[in-house]
Design a protein around this ligand. Structure first.
Ligand code: IMP
Ligand code: MG
Length: 176
């Protein structure tokens, strides 16, 4: 067995930030009717679970899945929708919930695709953002933390399916 990943963002910090985001979203969408939260599988499942349980407004949970990476950090090409939501979002307020925005291609693709279905609005929420790696500009309306270029795991994020359920955000220091 290799070493545990080093802690980049602790479980306590994640919890506190998720609560802040939930409070902000609850305020922004108060009196707007049911909010549709769309989690991007697989990475967003833990963040979405934590965030949605802390909201103080009516909400409906959906998931979709995209494919953009093949093994670890090796890019497989364009973004592809591999699973769609189960309900129409027409006339609904939507928040896309992502684990991490890296180049921005995934979120850009999803915003375009979901906006074409005539929702009342589409906003974005991501636990993490690698701002220096942006290739396509996308607005992250609700952001947990900005991080550097390192590959991170935990809290839903994986490296080749490993370390997805770590309670903190960690990174593997290959110099060790
Ligand atoms: P983007 O299209 O380049 O913004 O990539 C977004 C997707 O790449 C995320 O939803 C993740 O699934 C994956 N990804 C990017 N960086 C990391 C990382 O550091 N750890 C785990 N997954 C990542
Ligand atoms: Mg993802």
């Amino acid at each position: 067995m290799g070493q545990s990943p080093e802690v980049l963002i602790s479980e306590e910090k994640i919890k506190a930030r998720v609560q802040e985001l939930a409070t902000q979203i609850s305020t922004d969408y108060a009196d707007k009717g049911e909010l549709v939260l769309i989690g991007v599988l697989k990475g967003a499942f833990i963040f979405l679970a934590d965030l949605s349980r802390r909201l103080a407004i009516p909400r409906h949970i959906e998931f979709l899945a995209v494919s953009s990476y093949e093994h670890g950090s090796v890019r497989s090409g364009a973004v592809r929708l591999v699973m769609d939501v189960r309900r129409s979002i027409e006339g609904k307020h939507v928040v896309i919930v992502e684990d991490i925005v890296d180049t921005g291609h995934t979120l850009h693709y999803l915003i375009d695709m979901l906006k074409s279905r005539n929702p009342a609005s589409v906003r974005t929420c991501a636990l993490l953002h690698k701002e220096h790696k942006t290739e396509v500009d996308v607005d992250v309306d609700y952001l947990g933390f900005s991080i550097g270029d390192e590959w991170v795991v935990g809290s839903g994020l994986d490296y080749d399916e490993k370390d997805r359920t770590l309670p903190y955000i960690g990174w593997i220091n290959s110099a060790d």
